[in-house]
Design a protein. Structure first.
Length: 163
């Protein structure tokens, strides 16, 4: 059974699809693509069915990442099939924990930057949507750095599972 990770931001067109693409690349580089499934969603459905923001797409493509994405809204029923739900900021963290049907499900929700030891107390990935393109670059850098620690944590979880 695959280990399943879902990244969640507000509309699923900027931060979470970026995190999904970066983490999927890390999983592939680690040779774990047969054991780890990665996707993303938004806390709201405003952009459901739309592609990622063009600025997200261009930043991802410039750095060699896949940018094929269609936005969707996170559903509470997904908790039962997910191992980790990765929130991109504390607002998402709180919203997702409120949606969690059980305490066990609520414990699956973590902040992405909590996997970056250098992040300190500021664990939010700022929303670049209303800013300029350089905010998307900053977002990518935060996601790439945190993905290293997240991959290590997922690997540790996989050690306890049969291949």
């Amino acid at each position: 059974m695959a280990y399943r990770v879902c990244f969640v931001c507000t509309g699923n067109i900027c931060r979470s699809p970026m995190a999904e693409s970066v983490f999927r690349a890390r999983v592939t580089e680690a040779g774990l693509e047969d054991r780890v499934e990665v996707d993303s969603a938004g806390t709201g459905g405003w952009h459901e069915g739309e592609p990622a923001d063009p600025r997200t797409v261009s930043v991802l493509e410039e750095h060699g990442y896949d940018s094929d994405h269609v936005a969707r809204q996170f559903q509470p029923s997904w908790f039962s099939r997910l191992d980790l739900v990765i929130a991109l900021d504390t607002g998402h963290l709180k919203a997702l924990r409120r949606l969690a049907p059980t305490e066990d499900d609520a414990r699956k929700v973590r902040l992405l930057r909590s996997y970056d030891p250098a992040a300190g107390d500021d664990l939010d990935v700022p929303d670049p949507y209303y800013g300029r393109r350089d905010g998307f670059q900053e977002c990518l850098e935060m996601v790439e750095t945190a993905s290293i620690g997240l991959l290590a944590a997922v690997r540790e979880q996989l050690e306890g599972r049969a291949a």
